[in-house]
Design a protein around this ligand. Sequence first.
Ligand code: HDD
Length: 732
Amino acid sequence: MTIKRSCSMPSSQSVPGAPAPKAPDLKEPVKPRQPLPPKDDQRQPEVRTVAGAEEKVKGNGRGQRGEYLTTATGTRLYETDHSLTAGERGPTLLQDHHLREKITHFDHERIPERVVHARGAAAHGTFLANGAAENICKASLFASGARTPVFVRFSTVLGSRGSADTVRDTRGFATKFYTDEGVFDLVGNNIPVFFIQDGIKFPDIIHAAKPHPDREIPQAQSAHDTFWDFVSLHTEATAHTLWNMSDRGIPRSYRMMEGFGIHTFRLVNADGETNLVKFHWKPAAGVHSLVWEEAQIAGGVDPDFHRRDLADAIEAGAYPSWDLGVQVFPDTEDEMFEGIDLLDPTKIVPEELAPVQVIGTMTLDANPTNFFAETEQVAFHPGHLVPGVDITNDRLLQARLFSYLDTQITRLGGPNFDQIPINRPHAPVNDMLRDGFHQDGVHTGVAPYHPNSLDGGCPFMASADSAAYIEVPQEVSGRKVRQAPASFDDHFSQARLFYRSLSPVEQEHVAQAYTFELGKCYEENIKTRNLGILANIDAGLVSIVAGGLGLPVPEPTEPLSDPELSPALSQVGAEWPVDGRIIALLVDENSDLDTVVAIRDKIFDAGMVPLILGPHGGTIGDGDDAVTVQRTYLTARSIEFDAILLSGDVSRIGEGKLDPRVETLLNEMYRHSKAIGGWGESMGALAAAGIDESALGVVVDADAEGALASLAQLLKTHRVWGRFEVPPTPSE
Ligand code: HDD
């Protein structure tokens, strides 16, 4: 994929190759100007069908430029900077409607943040079905060649709206498909298992994981006593906790995460045959993570790291995309597959047992126009289903069916949230829901009840032939009980399966994450109890963590299983496309600027994004040869780049010395096992930073193109994994 050269990645910077900017106009404009044309990445569907009628959703009269300022009711204003007062030095008059309207509206600008998943970022796109699901699902969105508009919101779970993106946490991955048969929401996460098996425990896990109620700290963290107290007393959380402590808990980018529907769903085909499935999103860019130190640095220097990354990539034309796949299981009476209970959301079915079959591809190609209107007001609900997709008796899912509708009523201020533009179906809506806060529709007719004769009996009922949603008829029987089936009792074998399927580097990261998080707990009992759980996962893991905490290594209390490993669970070993990866080009006044420009173009051509990093803002060089600096040594941090290329022996501040900010940057990139390259005399600068030419993943070439080619090759594996030092694991 070729990145758009007119992109602004990052958006605040001037872009190489773009036309020279006009001289800035430093005065406040006094006359209306033509509105700026909308950016082509800010489009929404131009038309949506509401209540059978096509409705334009763009240009709804709320544009800001080019018109006179008015009150909310359209009266033009001549002044907005001074209150109406009794004399120049007198009190403000109550009759100042403009003042009161402006302040009152401002006072009510905020709505409650989501009780979980408050922090997020979103994008528009399209889902293109390949038809592979046609034989198991009658939903029109899976018909071969069907294109369905989507809106996807990614999120962290624990933090508040303003919290940092790169915290260790599960990520939400919620997709709204605006199908011609109604909205289908697939509200998943980037981790395939969940903490609890029954939704009645959701308030418990969230209360434990959210900040302590007395001081409201820590923000967006699981590294505190209440979380570890709960998960150690509630061992069905073991597998999810382990996934969180793995590299999956700190993704490199929303674009580089898998997504999972987690629950088992029931699909129905045109003949009424059913299958059980689990949904998977597979990112084209591969599954990649940060290392913990990067995540922490990013939390400080760029708390918007993931939000920015998503928006910049889309603006640059590096459209993120995912394949949607399903694991398919026969719809048997016991709802089990290979001994795994399909109704237990703390369990996966390894891909080696049931391969993920791709049924379509989703591409995100447009950023939201307005964060509040779209990203904040979008309302997902696992009960938004279309004909062909049904739920199962997974009791976690069943509780969710209640919760999501309920929560929007508080969050979005009433029952009419489906009428907010971002939530409106693209299919005709003809309901009999009436009135309520924020009612947008002007309903005609006198008989919003069924049956009626006064509105001619309208609306009528659909049937299976006219795409009615008909629940799969299922036998239900049993005694009313509050208990889980015995098949839910195994809490450790899948945690062990996951841990043992990871590469040694990833296992080391898991051990360090547990040691860090438990090290932040104050209560020794809680640490000890959690070590007891780790002993039931892996002897090597528990001994490293216990060693780090300075506590004795406990014995397992459950027999350790001998799982068939699942290589698909590891992020290490595969090669991925390098599209959209960011390469820093380190330059200064001594650089050969012709070569810098040529290499910058080559990076673009390879679908990657060059960022010119120089000692100061503005340009380097003169006239036509000048190169625009996009990051300075002062503003850049290593976390922004996937790899770095030095344009010679740059960034020197004296004999044998490197600018200390560049030295820090290079050392961080080295420590985080990122690819480092350079051409010409760049080894001089690298050596000054203490980086050895022969070190793994360091490529220096006399020829710039050769250096870039080697760097791109290294980037395919995301990191230079061999550079991480993994201490020998204590034997089991
Ligand atoms: Fe949930 C939001 C994902 C279990 C109750 N959840 C929410 C979002 C995601 C998930 C991605 C954010 C949606 C957005 O971007 O607006 N939740 C999950 C997954 C679960 C899960 C994958 C288990 C498999 N959730 C779950 C349970 C309950 C909830 C068991 C309650 C019984 N979730 C909510 C909620 C939220 C929510 C309180 C907060 C904001 C919202 O719904 O719209 O209703």
